[in-house]
Design a protein around this ligand. Structure first.
Ligand SMILES: Nc1ncnc2c1ncn2[C@@H]1O[C@H](COP(=O)(O)OP(=O)(O)O)[C@@H](O)[C@H]1O
Ligand SMILES: [Mg+2]
Length: 343
């Protein structure tokens, strides 16, 4: 997705460079009148672009409640743009997800808010999805958003780290301000998604002399998020691959937690069937029994197969399919070694 904010910045930067170029050129060639003419044209262009940027910020403000201009709402995922996807869960997850879906339906969500309010309790609804890569955490957030008709404000938390002192803290505060503003303006409360929030909810660091400044900044970010979660009025969903080593203070703040496991053999069969509907029935069964793959891995294979079919005249050698399965198993073993999961 193109980021309109970045496009505007790049255009301004380009026009500004042209202006500097004109200035240098006219000084070198001593053609001051020519320079003045171009300089005026480029200055007017820069001013017009600034005005356009401000107008866009105002439109954002009135349509989605964002006043930052450099808006986080550019990362909005609109519920009606999310494609429906059939998900297959193990029984435990299935129950928890159904309950969450039902709680987040507008009617029930209002009741939850009223109830918490009447008891004088905090109204923020924070959920945590944990589980290995490819187990469907992110997709589940999308599907819940689609079903409950909630837009998603997605935040890439790793992008909020800024080497400038105090800048990360400002960014985090800015995210929550933007979101709270959005909640105030929206008829249906959107979801704030912290995808892959491992760094945020991992244990806060003991400060040592080594890397002190970085650790302190990370701890400050975590403290701000903890505080903002206390004041949260909307719905926050965080996803993480971490299952242990979670900061206890964060654990307490999540009202609802769902642990995603790898799919059972039966579910794997369903996923194979859904993602590769042309696969013969017996092969679906065989692959699901033989390879303990996650949904994400099966999707990777399905995509590789689609690409391969273009080159191979719609014929896929069996050996290639099996090789893709083995590759996925091996890459997951390698990754689990790197991030400390057991294979
Ligand atoms: N339980 C599942 N049922 C069906 N498809 C799944 C499931 N889990 C994962 N997938 C497939 O894998 C893709 C990637 O999953 P994703 O949600 O990104 O995993 P995670 O966020 O846990 O790493 C999904 O878009 C979906 O196509
Ligand atoms: Mg994910």
């Amino acid at each position: 997705m193109k980021n309109p904010g970045k496009v505007t910045k790049n255009i301004i930067l380009f026009v500004f460079s042209m202006a500097v170029y004109c200035l240098v050129y006219s000084i070198i060639s001593r053609q001051t009148t020519e320079f003045l003419k171009w300089w005026t044209v480029l200055s007017i262009l820069i001013i017009l672009m600034f005005i356009a940027k401000k107008i866009r910020a105002c439109i954002n403000y009135f349509t989605s409640g964002d006043s930052s201009g450099n808006s986080e709402t550019e990362n909005m995922i609109l519920h009606d743009k999310i494609k429906p996807k059939k998900m297959f869960y193990n029984q435990k997850e299935s129950q928890a997800i159904n309950t969450l879906n039902s709680l987040l339906s507008e009617e029930n969500y209002r009741k939850v808010l009223d109830r918490l309010d009447s008891k004088g309790m905090r109204k923020g609804f924070a959920c945590l999805f944990t589980g290995g890569p490819g187990t469907g955490k992110t997709e589940t957030v999308y599907q819940i958003a689609r079903e409950t008709k909630r837009h998603i404000m997605a935040v890439d938390i790793s992008q909020t780290k800024d080497c400038l002192y105090g800048a990360s803290e400002k960014k985090i505060k800015g995210i929550f301000d933007t979101y709270n503003n959005l909640v105030g303006k929206s008829e249906v409360t959107p979801i704030l998604l912290f995808n892959e929030a491992d760094a945020v909810i991992s244990q806060r660091k003991e400060l040592s002399d080594h890397n002190r400044a970085i650790d302190q900044s990370e701890n400050t970010i975590q403290n701000i998020i903890l505080q903002e979660m206390e004041n949260l009025t909307g719905i926050l969903i965080a996803t993480t691959n971490l299952s242990q080593n979670m900061d206890i203070a964060f654990e307490r703040r999540f009202l609802y937690r769902i642990a995603f496991d790898k799919p059972s053999a039966e579910n794997r069969e369903e996923i194979w069937r859904t993602l590769m509907p042309d696969l013969p029935e017996e092969l679906c069964q065989e692959l699901s029994k033989k390879y303990e793959l996650s949904g994400g891995q099966i999707e990777n294979i399905a995509r590789k197969v689609e690409v391969n079919l273009i080159l191979s005249n719609n014929i896929l050698p069996m050996a290639t399919l099996l090789q893709y399965c083995k590759d996925e198993i091996h890459s997951s073993i390698d990754n689990s070694r790197k991030i400390g999961f057991t294979a």
